[in-house]
Design a protein around this ligand. Structure first.
Ligand code: ZN
Ligand code: ZN
Length: 423
């Protein structure tokens, strides 16, 4: 059995807001640089995308799919939106089962429009789950805690959401605004496997694999994935890796237009209308979890460790202090590291300090500091990503905390100051 890195939530070029570069060959090539072994095909119900996938993958053996250059394996799957606007993920045994599922959904929503990679279907979560189960697939909620389309935005319990299909539910996707610690504060979630995936809309290594799962697999296929997800006590999922939830776009309760942050009490008093602009206040994942939480600091015995990660280019950017990640300085250092260790995930998670020092001591220091959690976060909310600030020592961290407090106190209101407690 091999330990593989899998990113199981992406979108192809026919879903809304997705880069034209999201094609199988580019995804596979970039995935190799990132250090992922398996991707989901994404959007497999869309006709044109299905044809693209079929043309660009070969079936190596029963249910094992690879791109034509052999850079990466693929598992068949995608995401749909149901009649309540909740997003769900599904994974399937084969391209044939994707055809079957497509036929079940024909006439229940537009599957093939130019933006329909993630189709809106006029069916309930229960009907969706039943159809996936009928063709031998597995299903679960996507980015479960986000305010617009996460399952917990509409339901207090997964049992209510999936009705009679609830007993077949095996996994939930955490999403960028939650992690294992926060999701396990809801006792019901202790029955499920957690998946951490990127939901990437472009193939570059700072997006693809920004969250991923490390899983022991017999083969890089659906069968092994299903086993890892459902036979929890085997502990085949060895790591969930992802952003600190504070970096997620919907971590705090905040205005969806100017991103001012609010406490729940303030938002309720204001009737969810922003004080500063005409925007609407959206409840953040953190506050939603706080409402549902019924257990502290406990995890089921099978739960793997959750490791925080950050795209390597962003860590390098902080070390070399340039404006963006696309500068020459960042890109050339990124190349040095990836060439030395052959991929980004190895640099971020696995390389030792002395190995990293061989490439660049200054950047190595930042990578190690990040691993040691010497990071302050300006939390995200309302659709705006949070911002990490990597410090090199505990003293620097304390000093920056005070500087940031003063800075934020100068520019924002009491609501924003309330978030300071969470740096
Ligand atoms: Zn989604
Ligand atoms: Zn506002």
């Amino acid at each position: 059995m091999k330990e593989l890195n899998l990113d199981l939530h992406l979108h192809g070029r026919y879903a809304g807001g997705v880069s034209k570069n999201m094609t199988i060959p580019v995804m596979a090539e970039q995935t190799k640089l990132k250090g992922l072994d398996v991707l989901v095909t994404a959007d497999i119900l869309h006709k044109t995308w299905f044809e693209h996938v079929k043309k660009n993958l070969e079936e190596e053996s029963n249910g094992v799919y690879r791109d034509l250059k052999g850079d990466c394996n693929f598992i068949i799957g995608g995401e749909i939106e149901d009649n309540k606007r909740i997003h769900h993920l599904f994974y399937l045994p084969s391209l044939e089962s994707a055809q079957e599922l497509r036929e079940k959904f024909l006439g229940k929503g537009n599957l093939d429009c130019i933006m329909c990679g993630r189709p809106k279907l006029r069916i309930t979560a229960e009907e969706f789950a039943q159809s996936v189960d009928d063709v031998g697939g597995i299903f679960g909620p996507a980015h479960s805690f986000t305010p617009y389309t996460g399952i917990f935005a509409f339901f207090d319990s997964l049992k209510d959401a999936y009705g009679s299909m609830h007993s077949k539910l095996e996994f939930i996707e955490l999403g960028l605004s939650a992690d294992t610690n926060s999701a396990d504060r809801i006792k019901e979630n202790h029955s499920y496997t957690f998946l951490s995936s990127s939901d990437a809309h472009s193939p570059w290594p700072h997006r693809i694999g920004r969250e991923f799962n490390r899983i022991k697999m017999e083969k890089p296929d659906f069968k092994s994935l299903k086993k890892a997800i459902s036979e929890k006590e085997e502990k085949l999922i060895t790591l969930n890796v992802g952003l600190n939830p504070k970096e997620g776009k919907y971590h705090c309760t905040a205005c969806n237009f100017c991103f001012s942050k609010y406490s729940m009490e303030q938002a309720e008093q204001l009737n969810w209308k922003c004080l500063k602009c005409t925007g609407q206040i959206k409840r953040g994942a953190r506050d939603r979890i706080e409402i549902l939480a019924n257990v502290e600091n406990s995890h089921p015995s099978f739960r793997p460790k959750y490791v925080y990660s950050l795209p390597l280019a962003e860590i390098i950017q902080q070390a070399v202090q340039t404006k963006g990640i696309n500068t020459k300085a960042v890109q050339s250092k990124w190349k040095d590291f990836v060439e030395r260790f052959s991929n980004e995930i190895f640099v971020l998670v696995d390389a030792t300090e002395s190995e990293l020092n061989e490439v660049d001591e200054n950047i190595a220091k930042k990578i190690i500091a990040f691993r040691n959690n010497l990071v302050l976060y300006i939390p995200g909310g309302g659709g705006d990503y949070g911002k990490p600030i990597i410090c090199e020592t505990k003293e620097e961290m304390e000093r920056k905390k005070i500087e940031l407090k003063n800075e934020l106190a100068g520019i924002s209101d009491i609501a924003n100051q309330k978030t300071l407690g969470q740096f």
